[in-house]
Design a protein around this ligand. Sequence first.
Ligand SMILES: C[S@@+](CC[C@H](N)C(=O)[O-])C[C@H]1O[C@@H](n2cnc3c(N)ncnc32)[C@H](O)[C@@H]1O
Length: 349
Amino acid sequence: MFRRGATKRCESPRLYKFRDPCPGAALPAQTRGCGDNASGYHSRMFSYRHAYHAGNHADVLKHTVLIAILKHLCAKETEVLAVDTHAGAGLYRLDSAAAQTSGESSEGLLALVARLVQRQRAPAPALRDYLDVLASFNPDDVYKVYPGSPFVMQHLMRRNDKIKLFEWHPSDARALAGHVDQLRVGRQVAVLREDGFVGLRKFLPPPARRGLVLMDPSYEIKTDYARVSECIQDCLKRFSTGTYAVWYPIIPRMEAHDLPRRLKTLSLQSQKPWLHATLTIKSGQQASAGAALGSDGKPKRPGLAASGMFVINPPYTLNEQLKAALPDMVDLMGQDKHATHSLEVGGTH
Ligand SMILES: C[S@@+](CC[C@H](N)C(=O)[O-])C[C@H]1O[C@@H](n2cnc3c(N)ncnc32)[C@H](O)[C@@H]1O
C-alpha cells in the first residue's frame, strides 16, 4: 500500500529561500515546445520559463528516468560527472503564481500522488524512488516544493562527484545560482551562465570516464532539435561511453518526430545501446466546444499531451525499471482514453 508518510527523508536543508525566477508572473503560461516563427534566438529562448511547467507529466517522466540512471551510476565507487545542459532555476514552488497560472502539476505529480492514495497501492519501484526524492523536499507531506533536475542530481550524488549546470536565461541563472549557494557544497556544483550545447564540450570526457549528460532544452526555437543531434554526435566522439539522456516534446512538428529517429541513427552508427520511452497522458487535439473553461472564461488549451526520453548507453537495469513504471504513469496520470506509453530498446550492452 502507498503511504505518503513512509517515504524517505534526506539530510539536505529543507527550508530553502526561494529566488523567484518569474517575478510578477501573472503572464499566460508558456507552452513548451510549441513556439514558432522565431524572430531571434534569444527572444524566443527567453520566453520559456520552467516555473510554469514544474511537476508536470513530462517532469515526472524525465526525473524518474534521471533518478534511475543516477542511482545506477552512483552504485559504483568511481567518481561521476553529471552535466545538465539546460538546468532551469533548480527549485520551484508549486504554489507560486507561475505554477498556479498553468496548473500543470495537477496533471503530473499531484495527479500521481492523489490517485496513489485513492487506490491504496504501491507504485512501481522507479516511481517510488522518484516520490522518495520529492518527499525529501516536502517534509510536511504537502507538495509545495518541486526540485528541478539540478537539485535531483545534487540530492543523489556524492561529495566527490561533480555537477555542471548550464543555464542561459539571466533570471533563471541568477535564481539557480542563489538556490545552489544555499547548499554550501563548494566546488561539487558549478553554475555556468553559458550556452549548454557549447559549454558542455569542455567537460568531456570526464577524468574517471563515468558520466551522464542530461539534455533538456525548451525547444522554443526549432533549431534546438538540430542542435541536440549535432551536440550528441560531437559528445559521442569525445566520450563514447557516457550516458546521454535527451527529453523532447511529442508535438505535431516534423523536427520533433525526427529527433528520436536521428538519435537512433547516431546510436547505431556509434554501435551504442539505446532506449526510447514515451508517455502520453491525453489526446493532443485542440479542446472541443464542451471543454473545461480556464480562468479567463475561454476553453482551456490542451497543453502538452506527450513527451519522450531517448537514452544512449542506458544502464542495463533501466529497461526493466521502465517496463513497470511506464504503465503505472499511464494509470496514475492518464487523463483520457488516449493515455498510453511506449518503450523500445536497441543495440547491445
Ligand atoms: C526545460 S527547462 C530545464 C528544466 C530542467 N532541466 C529540469 O528538469 O528541472 C530549459 C531551460 O534551458 C534554458 N536554455 C535555453 N536554451 C539554452 C542554452 N542554449 N543553454 C543553456 N540553457 C538554455 C532555458 O532558459 C530553460 O530554463
